[in-house]
Design a protein around this ligand. Structure first.
Ligand SMILES: *Cc1c(COP(=O)(O)O)cnc(C)c1O
Length: 390
């Protein structure tokens, strides 16, 4: 089960790509199938009352396909415990509910993912939880926002959609000193580019819908931690509230995760070529990409990320109109929400993914366009943006 440390031949002793392909994925002991079977079974026979064969009794509590995914995700983040959920938001909800009680306070990014902000602002506040939005790149502001009621500092890095960078090690130092917990939403970087637990974070969250799944064909989420007590809370809610992925979803996510290393390399390579075009284009007023030396978070990002990933945001000199026009004119970049898949996507955060932040402190600029650079032929992506901008 996923409560076991991921060590040994298929565990953390190996390189990243090896773990992605083997952790939690021993060939099936009965048939030798090299892929983990899709265990489409809601219940499991017991050999006597309470005598479960491998600990499985009912599939909300545990399913072998899901266990394989959980072990793999834990191994990729270098954590001992992984829990898979039906979506990134289900994982977010489980993390918040298990770590916060009425009267507690948390710190969130002032450009948090729209769904995260909506859940906290519209739901958790009704249960007496308060929050303070801060810039994740401002360590002093994070420290100042922590009060006696603060239990959690929740960050994304890079942030969605402004690509701000939080210094994970510096923030972990603050949460250690203040007795609070650091949760890092690692969706944008993926565990291939950045491993927050090794930098001192308590919990890593993923929308596996994005880079981990990687093919825009499944919605899922995950929590990984090294802390047994935190994991027990996540496991309790995973079973108790039941927002679990089915075995088909777990299989698709696991299948995607196997190629994460090669995909992230190509996402990063393609993004660098796209950034080259955008930084020299007169229609673009600024390019937000942590790989650029002039990006305010560049040095921190270079210290904590392997490469800079496939997400780019741009601000258009022509304002909202130009931003909408760019979104409508691309041919290979598909106009759609979401990110992290093999295909390139383009969107207008103000009108799409981040519409729920309108009028709040988290409102995004209306001249902003977000690109999720896929792994198509590099020159085709550059040419597509060039024609769309002209
Ligand atoms: C998409 C996303 C989420 C939410 O995940 P879902 O799988 O859509 O529920 C959370 N955080 C970030 C950074 C995301 O991009």
């Amino acid at each position: 089960m996923s409560t076991e440390p991921t060590t040994g031949a298929h565990g953390t002793g190996h390189g990243f790509a090896t773990r992605a392909i083997h952790a939690g994925q021993e060939p099936d002991p009965r048939t030798g199938a090299v892929n983990v079977p899709i265990f489409a079974s809601s219940t499991f026979a017991q050999d006597g009352v309470g005598a479960m064969r491998e600990g499985y009794e009912y599939a909300r509590t545990g399913n072998p396909t899901r266990t394989a995914l959980e072990e793999c995700l834990a191994a990729l983040e270098g954590g001992r415990f992984g829990r898979a959920f039906a979506s990134g938001m289900a994982a977010t909800d489980a993390a918040l509910r298990s770590m916060l009680r009425p009267g507690d306070h948390l710190v969130i990014p002032d450009d948090a993912y729209g769904g995260t902000f909506r859940l906290i602002d519209k739901v958790f506040t009704q249960w007496g939880v308060t929050y303070t939005p801060v810039s994740v790149n401002d360590v002093d502001a994070v420290r100042a926002a922590i009060g006696p009621q603060t239990k959690v500092v929740w960050i994304e890095t890079p942030t969605n959609p402004l690509l701000n960078i939080g210094d994970i090690a510096a923030l972990a130092e603050i949460t250690r000193e203040t007795g609070t917990r650091l949760v890092v939403d690692n969706t944008f970087a993926s565990p291939y580019l950045q491993q927050p637990l090794a930098l001192g974070a308590d919990v890593v969250l993923h929308s596996t819908t994005k880079y981990l799944g990687g093919h825009s064909d499944v919605v899922g989420g995950a929590l990984v931690t090294d802390d047994e007590e935190l994991d027990a809370g996540f496991a309790f809610l995973q079973n108790g509230a039941g927002a679990v992925p089915g075995p088909f979803d777990a299989y698709l996510t696991l299948r995607g995760a196997k190629t994460l290393a090669v995909r992230m390399e190509q996402h990063s390579t393609n993004a660098e070529a796209v950034v080259d075009l955008l930084t020299s284009h007169p229609g673009v007023s600024s390019v937000l990409y942590p790989g650029l030396p002039e990006h305010p978070g560049h040095e921190v990002a270079a210290g904590q990320m392997r490469r800079f990933g496939g997400m780019i945001s741009v601000r258009l000199a022509g304002g909202r109109e130009a931003a909408l026009q760019l979104c409508n004119r691309t041919e290979i970049f598909t106009l759609a929400e979401s990110l992290g898949g093999i295909e390139s996507l383009i969107e207008h955060p103000g009108a799409m993914t981040h519409a729920s932040t309108a009028g709040s402190a988290l409102e995004v600029p209306e001249d902003l366009v977000r690109l999720s650079v896929g792994i198509e032929t590099t020159a085709d992506l550059v040419a597509d943006l060039e024609q769309a901008l002209s």
